[in-house]
Every structure is written in C-alpha cells, then in structure tokens.
Design a protein. Sequence first.
Length: 99
Amino acid sequence: MTQEWVHTAQSTANKASKKAAASKDEAQQEKEQSAGIIQQYFPNVALLHKDYALIRSLIYNENFMFVEQIAEQVMNMTWGSIDSVKNTLGINETTHERK
C-alpha cells in the first residue's frame, strides 16, 4: 500500500511538473506573439520606450546638477559669511578659495 501511495504521489508530481512547464512555454509563446503584434501595428513603440528612458535619464541628471549647483552656492555663501565675520573681527585671512 505504501509503495502505491509513493507511486501515485510521484505520478501526480510528474503531471504537475509537466503541466507547469507547458503553461510556462505557452505563456512565453503568447508573450512573443503579443510583442510581434505590437511591433507590427506600433513599430515606434520600442523607439518611444528608448526615448522615454533617455529623457528620464536627462531629467535625473539635470536635477542632480541643479541640486549640486545649489549645494555649491550654499557652500560659497557660507564661506563668504565666515570670511565676512573674520574681516569684521580683524582676521584678514581667507578661509576658502572660491572657484
């Protein structure tokens, strides 16, 4: 009886494994078919996706540069304030060379 259960369990597992593999293959085929249809009727979709990625990248870089510029301005204002206080106190050495 135990061998029968083991055999039944193995058989069920094999069937489930085959069914899962078939479902995966079918899903992949449907994905490729959908991609083909999209390319056929909307050939510029791939280009639009690349353009979107490029634009997004440029926006990120532009925002990063903007934040970097603000940080540099704040740093320069801070050093300017420190230099101003030193000049007021009669310490005439520059704290920081500005770019």
